[in-house]
Structures are given as C-alpha cells and as structure tokens.
Ligand binder design. Structure first.
Ligand SMILES: N[C@@H](CCC(=O)N[C@@H](CS)C(=O)NCC(=O)O)C(=O)O
Length: 254
C-alpha cells in the first residue's frame, strides 16, 4: 500500500511506556504511514505538550501545521489524511458503534488499567523508575529513581490511584473484559467484519495485562503483586481475545 506523496511526514510525540501512546503508534503502523517518532521523558512531556498544543498529555501528532493532541483525534486525522487501511468504518451504524466503543475504552478501560498498574507500581520506587524510564536508558532510570518519592504522590493524585485496599480499578477492568468477552463470543471483531478502531483501542489498553511480551516498547515485568490478577484477566474470554487480537494485528503489515 502506498501512502500519499503529497502529505507531509507526520511527527508523533509519545511516551514509550504508555498505553494511550501505544494506541497511536499501532494506528500509524497499521496504516503503514512513514512517520517520525519523538519519545519524551514522562513529566517533561507535559511542558512539550503545552508548547505544541496547550495541553498536558501525550500522544500528540503533528501533520504539517496541524496538531492533534488526543489519541482518538489522531486516529480520525490519520484516516482522513491517509484513507487506506481505514480504522473507522464507512458504514454509518458501524462507524457510530466503533466510535462509541473507542470512547468507552478511552474513558473507562484505559484509566482503570493505569490506576490498577500504578496501585502496585508506585509502592516500589525501583520498578516505577524502570517502567517510567523505558526508551531512555540507564541515566534516565537513575534520575527517575531519585525523584520517584516526590513524583509518586503527584502521580497518585493526577491519575486517580487509590490505595491497594480500594478495588475499583480491578472491578472496572474485570467488568470491561467481561463485556469484551461477551461481545466477541461468536465473532472475531468488536464491530462488523473487519479490524477497526474499537479493536485497536481495546487491545492497546489491555496488552500490558494480557500480552506484555508482545508490546514493541519492551516494558519491564509488572509488579509481582499483580501476577495473580493478570493471569486471571488473561484467562478470561475477553482477555484471550485481546491477546489474540493484539498479536494478530499489531504487526499485520509485515
Ligand atoms: N485522552 C487522551 C489521554 C492521554 C493520556 O492520558 N496520556 C497520558 C499518558 S498515559 C499522559 O500524557 N499523562 C500525563 C498527564 O496527564 O499529565 C488520549 O487519548 O490521548
């Protein structure tokens, strides 16, 4: 598949370890769009986001003068600029359903996965520094290890990370995986007959829990205290679907 010669080469500003960012990376790879990636250190990325888009989160995509500061906006822009290998279905009913599911996973599943992982990660400064430093080398890890005690309370507050005794993140993830399992009981894809933004979004967010080894960013192992739960999620029908879907489609262009 050819990409349009007329389009400028997009630039993706991203955080190597983040699942929202994996969603944007996968979309670019799925659509085989040549692009430039700029990985930034967590925390520093907020200043870059402010400068680029007046926002605080990554991923951010630049296409020429246009700036898209949200993973869903990025996917819509990619389909608009590079229509081949569409992620958003053409059929109006399928389109509506796919975007509705994307919105649900963006606002319910992704924050719950993040809160769940951080509940177990932030109590371990060494593991926290290792995960947050992904893509940056030993110097970055040492630096993040030093600032972790000051960063951890801020991250708990910013990302709504309750104490481990509060099980809302776990309950929320399990409920979402249950629903995904029910929706894919007798079908390969969440919407229609083709891989869409709904599948990509759900599988991006669940990959750290169900197929960590398949993620190209090479994340470190999750905290041991999460192992029993991730094994349970990976064995649920929705967890198995997410792992299968990620492995089958993350590198489908190769
Ligand atoms: N709705 C946004 C959410 C992105 C998001 O929350 N990104 C996180 C990385 S996991 C981030 O940059 N967080 C930093 C912050 O909120 O300060 C999207 O889909 O792009």
């Amino acid at each position: 598949m050819e990409t349009s010669e007329a389009e400028p080469r997009p630039v993706l500003w991203h955080l190597a370890m983040s699942h929202y960012n994996e969603k944007a990376r996968w979309a670019l790879d799925w659509k085989q769009i040549p692009h430039t990636r700029r990985a930034t250190m967590p925390a520093v990325h907020a200043a870059v986001a402010k400068r680029l888009a007046g926002t605080e989160t990554f991923p951010i995509l630049q296409i020429g003068d246009e700036v898209f500061a949200d993973s869903s906006e990025i996917i819509a822009a990619l389909d608009q600029h590079w229509p081949a290998r569409p992620l958003i279905p053409d059929d109006p009913a399928e389109r509506e359903r796919a975007l509705e599911l994307q919105q649900q996973f963006d606002t319910i599943l992704a924050p719950a996965v993040r809160s769940l992982v951080y509940q177990h990660l932030l109590v371990d400064p060494d593991l926290s520094a290792k995960l947050l430093a992904v893509g940056g080398g030993a110097g970055r890890e040492r630096m993040l290890r030093l600032v972790q005690p000051a960063m951890a309370p801020l991250m708990r507050k910013n990302f709504d990370v309750p104490p481990q005794s509060d099980d809302w993140p776990e309950r929320t993830v399990i409920a979402q995986v249950d629903q995904i399992g029910a929706m894919t009981e007798d079908r390969e894809f969440l919407v229609g007959q083709r891989f869409s933004v709904a599948d990509l979004t759900a599988a991006s967010f669940l990959a750290p829990l169900v197929c960590l080894d398949a993620i190209p960013a090479r994340l470190p192992e999750l905290p041991p205290s999460l192992q029993a739960l991730t094994e349970r999620i990976a064995s649920m029908p929705g967890g198995q679907w997410a792992s299968r879907t990620y492995r089958a489609n993350r590198f489908a262009y190769r």
